[in-house]
Ligand binder design. Structure first.
Ligand code: HXC
Ligand code: NAP
Length: 281
């Protein structure tokens, strides 16, 4: 789908790039020639991922420890990256925290914890990098990983849901405000893609996954490669005129839940025959 080395000499930062979808995107972009910087709290996890990806692709992957909740730490990390690589071309705001719970069971600290990682962490990084780009008169691309419930809302993941909604709004707002500086900003809204981080926290047993798959029109979960390809497209110049968009990649899941008559899926051929006969009568 992509020409080799389309990201050659481009430096792209991925928050939460040592695990799950962040790691898969790091591997894809690295295989297309990018110079990747992965940041998160667990430096040992980052180092291992960086070594493994580098070995596979032959391109540089730099692990840097960072808690995206701390603005000052982000500005320091950005200085380090600029010193080493000269400039930054792209950012994927991918890091997140989440768990399922009835909202009334949550402590206020639990609520803060998720909002601080997902919303504050994303606007922290976006603001720090945006200021730098604008000051240096450089252009760049930001990709925010949200969820389908950023638009629809969802019970039982409310701190995550309101934070992702904020990130989606940030995407739309800044794509307009910073378009004049040559900064593009888009979002991906994934449906379920199995990762250790998400599955451990959101799928207490296999019956949850089965229920989820059953309501997805394509009757399967997403493959990491599918999401990584979309991310590569949205960061590349192939999508140069796409700005302020959110692309859903969920096998049709959210629409299936939204359409008024989609529940008729459960009817058998015999039941349809009976309905038809009844209507004719
Ligand atoms: C209720 C919980 C909880 C849970 C923690 N808390 N886990 N409350 N249910 N399962 C509460 C704690 O009791 C505490 O409040 C507060 O939250 C902070 O907890 P800590 O463990 O101190 O936080 P911290 O060490 O900062 O870890 C953050 C974390 C952790 C979010 C809790 O799970 C984490 O590091 N997650 C990162 C990875 C992740 O979540 N990945 C999934 C992304 S999937 P008190 O009041 O007791 O002190 C996703 C979209 C999926 O986002 C969509 C699928 C379709
Ligand atoms: P994951 O592997 O748990 O990824 C979350 C990452 O965030 C981890 O690498 C974690 O690293 C990092 N992180 C958490 N708090 C951080 C902080 N304060 N500072 C820096 N990094 C932090 O989960 P995933 O499933 O791949 O999720 C990746 C993204 O996709 C998230 O935005 C998620 O909301 C979104 N998403 C996933 C799914 C899915 O089905 N998997 C569906 C919809 C949306 P450390 O612990 O080392 O900090």
């Amino acid at each position: 789908m992509f020409k080799d080395n389309i990201f050659k000499e481009k430096t792209i930062i991925i928050t939460g790039g040592g695990t799950g979808l962040g790691r898969s995107m790091a591997e894809k972009l690295s295989s297309l020639g990018a110079n990747i910087v992965i940041v998160s709290r667990k430096v040992e996890v980052l180092k291992k991922a960086a070594e493994e990806i580098q070995q596979k692709t032959g391109n540089k992957v730099t692990p840097l420890q960072l808690d995206i909740r701390e603005y000052k730490s982000i500005t320091k990390v950005l200085e380090t990256i600029i010193e080493e690589f000269g400039r930054i071309d792209g950012l994927i705001n991918n890091a997140a925290g989440n768990f399922i719970s009835p909202t009334e069971y949550l402590s206020h600290k639990a609520f803060d914890t998720i909002v601080d990682i997902v919303l504050r962490g994303t606007y922290n990084f976006t603001l720090a990098l945006g200021k730098l780009w604008i000051k240096q008169k450089e252009t760049g691309t930001i990709l925010n990983i949200v969820t389908t419930y950023a638009s629809t809302g969802s019970g039982y993941v409310v701190p995550s849901s309101i934070s992702k909604a904020g990130v989606l709004n940030l995407t739309r707002s800044l794509s307009v405000e910073w378009g004049k500086y040559g900064i593009r900003m888009n979002a991906i809204a994934p449906g379920p893609f199995p990762t250790k981080g998400a599955w451990e926290r959101l799928m207490p047993d296999s019956s949850f996954e089965k229920k989820m798959i059953n309501r997805i029109p394509l009757k399967r979960v997403g493959e990491h490669e599918e999401l990584a390809n979309l991310a590569a497209f949205l960061l590349s110049s192939y999508s140069g005129y796409i700005n302020g968009e959110v692309i859903t990649i969920d096998g049709g899941e959210w629409l299936a839940g939204a359409g008024e008559f989609n529940f008729l899926e459960m009817l058998t051929a015999e039941q349809w025959e009976a309905i038809k006969a009844n209507m004719k009568r």
